[in-house]
Design a protein around this ligand. Structure first.
Ligand SMILES: [Zn+2]
Length: 175
């Protein structure tokens, strides 16, 4: 039997969450937003996603209050997408999902995450073993890991080679 479009018969908070973030690409858009990507074109080049799909995902995430749309330029009008508190709260889930992927499917880490104030590597659930806290996303420093292409073709990937904090807006080199 084919799965329906939604999980209306599932009275479960995981099913409810998947209504918002369970479509293909959606969590990768959220991941990029945590990395500091905010602009439509930057999501587009980094994800290599069809335009219509990206537009639909940004729309859903905005409607569901995961992203907020913010005008950063008036003429021509340009908007950027910034994570809300609801969106930032997905960070430990994405961290745990990434660690699950690495453990079970053997990927080399593309990125390394540290608790910025103390420099300790994060645990599997985004916690700092030294400080004994779950590290807020804004206090997480992201660095390139051994699996990352050191000379990527697109400008967003190049900008992400520099160590930075999560959520900090990504600074692209001038074209
Ligand atoms: Zn720490």
């Amino acid at each position: 039997m084919a799965l329906g479009k939604d999980y209306a018969t599932q009275d479960c908070s995981i099913a409810r969450a998947l209504e918002v973030v369970g479509e293909r690409w959606t969590l990768l858009v959220v991941r990029d937003a945590l990395y500091g990507v905010r602009r439509y074109n930057d999501f587009l080049v980094h994800l290599g996603i069809p335009r219509a799909v990206l537009a639909a995902r940004l729309q859903t995430l905005t409607t569901e209050g995961v992203l907020a749309k913010r005008r950063y330029q008036e003429s021509p009008p340009r908007d950027e997408y910034v994570l809300t508190d609801r969106g930032v709260a997905l960070w430990p889930t994405l961290r745990a999902l990434g660690m699950w992927g690495r453990e079970h499917f053997g990927d080399r880490p593309l990125r390394v995450f540290r608790h910025a104030p103390c420099g300790t590597g994060l645990g599997a659930y985004g916690e700092c073993p030294a400080c004994g806290i779950v590290v807020p996303a804004a206090d997480v420093e992201m660095l390139p890991g051994p699996g990352l292409d050191p000379e990527p073709a697109d400008p967003v990937s190049r900008a992400l080679l520099r160590p930075k904090r999560l959520l900090e807006p990504l600074e692209l080199e001038p074209a």
